[in-house]
Design a protein around this ligand. Structure first.
Ligand SMILES: [Zn+2]
Ligand SMILES: [Zn+2]
Ligand SMILES: [Zn+2]
Length: 719
């Protein structure tokens, strides 16, 4: 029998199995039970389906397990806790006449199939083992896949191996360095460190940003019974820059008795094209923006839609594979959606199918994420789906259907109104032809402008009143799941399978926290980023990481050799690690930074230490004196008080953090808003960090009688 197995290994693997003594038994192996359950329903008798539960074979956790400097071959073991599953699969394999490996159609899936093939061939009792792939789980797609099984794609397996080895080498080199130089138990990864760098750089920009004041001026005007508002747009053709209240009131005064006359009315029509169907990255961005889903949550929901849900008495895989960077659409799906549009939105069907450019490097074996049955509308499926599944399915369906429809047409009317030397401008937009927007419900644009009354050049308007308003410029926004995924894709860092895990790892390690959807680096995260970017500028360079991703793609396409790629990386990287080991001063010292604060218990000096929630002061007399206290954040702004503002926690109840004066109870200054390092440009008191829905997070003056960025809703929360 061993001979038999060997022979087949070499053969084309396409030969029909030996004449059946009994009904031929075929075992199909997928990676998840949910997927198995769906496929099982589509297969006839003679098939059974088993689940491998993800990877069964991988690198051990406890050691490097890579033949570094030589072959770079990894030393694989059975994943802890998976031995029983493997044993069970082996037994089922023995009873089968043929095995079809049906793990997901990407690098990870190919590697799972490769390891399964090796594990199940052991002992020489191997039946015929072949690989099948498909992009959707429908009876048609499964039948097609089963009818043309093939061999494992070793280029994909090698690309997965190369990534695993590369990440392992980087992780196992950087982590001990962090233990030695920063703190025990830390770890750092290759791609996550670059994402952390982007998040930290953005935070530094935000910290350095000071909002600037500016004013807008609108005139409320009347013609007949209608009133409308026009905004100040120009002073003698130049854009006026109003930076404070007196300047703005000067304009108001100058125009009190001016005549407001319509100088120009322009109408422009504009076509808006539909957006392409979703890829992993655009799906994650849209679900984050529309529903506040994290990237990870979007992937979990998409996976269940892909693997199959129960719809009435049927079980259906409702969308195509969710890890993809392609916007390609299969011919058959295109024909179906055009037929559907022709019936449901007959006026909005273009003559020819709409084509979309696919991003460079996209793997075109894949397809865009689209519904597998376009005739199953979200409304029809609503009762079979959870509310989250419904929302995700809806936007996938809407985006796909609309992508093959006509553009929409809007007409914008712009009116210029002259008052003395000043020009005011009003505009309104109206949709003339809805086109693809007819297919949008959850994705429908909410933008609406108020219609303008009928106006003609030369019309005189009556001034009702002026509306001057104070504003502040806003700084760069913090990254969210949506925007970090966008920038990672733009920079070529990560791939559809890695965007969500990159964010999760940073959160799990407490290098970044997520607050009101924003990704904020912790002090620990900033410290590690600082150390890594200083020590490994090349490794942490987004361009370098993008280059590595491209090299992995080349391995996947069979255009380059994985070992050569790793070898080229390993040499220079290893000498850099050794050099850093020698020269880098320990950051542990930074965390024990001396201060001029003396211990109020024993009088010895205190040092700054890093705890899980940030810095605190500890007595140098430790362990004799265990006194600790919060780090002063800013001087107390109360006139005559020389105390400092520190973080405090309520003793009773749920401990919301607040900030109070060290001279309490003599000084009872408190605020719920965290002091920043910045001083108010208007009055010199310190600025605090505030947040509201409209603006996100921003800086605001703590001085109640100063108007530097005060907003009503935020102030109501102050203590
Ligand atoms: Zn002390
Ligand atoms: Zn005070
Ligand atoms: Zn101020």
């Amino acid at each position: 029998m061993a001979k038999d197995g060997k022979a087949r290994e070499k053969g084309a693997g396409r030969k029909p199995a030996r004449p059946a003594r009994h009904k031929k038994q075929i075992l199909m192996i997928v990676e998840s039970p949910a997927k198995g359950k769906t496929i099982e329903k589509y297969l006839g008798r003679g098939y059974t389906v088993a689940a491998s539960m993800g990877h069964l074979i991988d690198l051990p956790k406890s050691r490097l397990a890579i033949d570094v400097g030589n072959t770079f071959e990894p030393e694989y073991i059975t994943v802890r806790g998976k031995a029983k599953i493997l044993k069970d699969l082996r037994q089922r394999a023995k009873k089968a006449d043929a095995i079809l490996l049906a793990s997901d159609n990407d690098r990870e899936g190919e590697a799972i199939s490769f390891h399964l093939k090796n594990a199940l061939s052991n002992g020489g009792t191997a039946p015929d083992i072949q690989r099948i792939t498909f992009n959707e789980i429908t009876p048609k797609a499964i039948r097609e896949a089963v009818s043309q099984p093939g061999q494992i794609d070793m280029s994909k397996v090698n690309a997965q191996k190369a990534r695993r080895v590369l990440d392992r080498i980087v992780g196992y080199s950087l982590s001990p360095l962090l233990w030695k130089k920063v703190k025990n138990g830390l770890s750092a990864g290759r791609v996550q460190s670059v994402a952390l760098r982007l998040i930290c750089e953005r935070e530094a920009e935000i910290e350095a940003f000071l909002p600037e004041e500016y004013w807008s001026l609108e005139a409320e005007l009347r013609t007949g019974r209608h009133t409308f508002r026009a905004a100040l747009a120009a002073l003698r053709g130049e854009k006026p820059a109003l930076t404070n209240e007196p300047q703005t009131l000067e304009v108001v005064n100058a125009l009190k008795d001016a005549a407001f006359v319509v100088a120009d009315v322009r109408i422009a029509e504009k076509l808006s094209r539909p957006r392409p169907p979703f890829t992993t990255s655009t799906l994650q961005q849209t679900a984050a923006n529309r529903f506040g889903f994290t990237a990870r949550k979007t992937m979990q929901i998409a996976q269940s839609l892909y693997e199959g849900v129960n719809v009435g008495s049927e079980r259906l895989g409702l969308i195509t594979y969710m890890r993809t960077d392609s916007t390609r659409i299969a011919e058959s799906a295109l024909a179906e959606v055009r037929e559907f549009i022709g019936k449901e939105f007959p006026g909005d069907l273009p003559e020819a199918p709409v084509t979309y450019a696919t991003g460079k490097g996209a793997q075109d074996a894949h397809e865009a994420i689209r519904p597998t049955y376009v005739t199953r509308t979200p409304a029809e499926l609503k009762k079979s789906l959870t509310s989250e599944e419904f929302r995700l399915y809806s936007i996938i369906w809407e985006r796909f259907v609309s992508s093959q429809m006509n553009p929409s047409k809007a007409s914008t009317t712009t009116v210029d109104i002259q008052a003395g030397d000043y020009t005011f401008r009003a505009s309104s937009t109206r949709v003339v032809e809805k086109g693809f927007q007819n297919a949008l419900t959850l994705l429908a644009s909410k933008e609406q402008t108020r219609a303008l009354p009928p106006l003609a050049t030369g019309d005189r308007l009556e001034l009702v009143k002026f509306h001057p308003e104070q504003h502040f410029t806003s700084g760069p926004p913090r990254y969210t799941d949506a925007t970090i995924v966008k920038v990672l894709e733009e920079k070529g860092i990560g791939r559809p399978s890695t965007y969500a895990p990159i964010i999760s790892v940073l959160l799990d390690r407490y290098y970044v926290v997520r607050k009101s959807r924003q990704l904020i680096p912790t002090i620990l995260g900033k410290l590690i980023n600082d150390l890594l970017t200083r020590s490994f500028p090349e490794l942490l360079d987004p361009n370098f990481t993008a280059g590595m991703e491209e090299k992995l793609d080349q391995v996947e396409e069979g255009k380059s050799d994985w070992q050569t790629m790793i070898r080229d990386f390993y040499g220079p990287f290893q000498s850099k690690v050794s050099a850093v080991q020698e020269t880098l001063e320990s950051v542990k010292g930074v965390m024990d930074e001396k201060t001029d604060v003396t211990c109020d218990v024993c009088g010895r000096p205190m040092v700054k230490k890093l705890g899980r929630y940030g810095f605190f002061l500890a007595c140098t007399g430790f362990p004799e004196c265990k006194n600790t206290k919060p780090v002063p954040l800013a001087p107390c702004p109360r006139p005559g008080c020389n105390g400092e503002i520190v973080a405090r926690k309520r003793k009773r109840g749920r401990g919301r953090e607040f900030y109070g004066c060290t001279n309490y109870p003599a000084c009872d200054f408190v605020t719920y808003f965290k002091p920043t390092d910045s001083k108010c440009p208007k009055c010199g008191w310190f600025l605090v960090e505030k947040e509201d829905r409209q603006r996100g997070s921003y800086k605001s003056c703590i001085n109640p009688s100063c108007d530097y960025l005060h907003t009503k809703e935020a102030d109501d929360q102050s203590a």
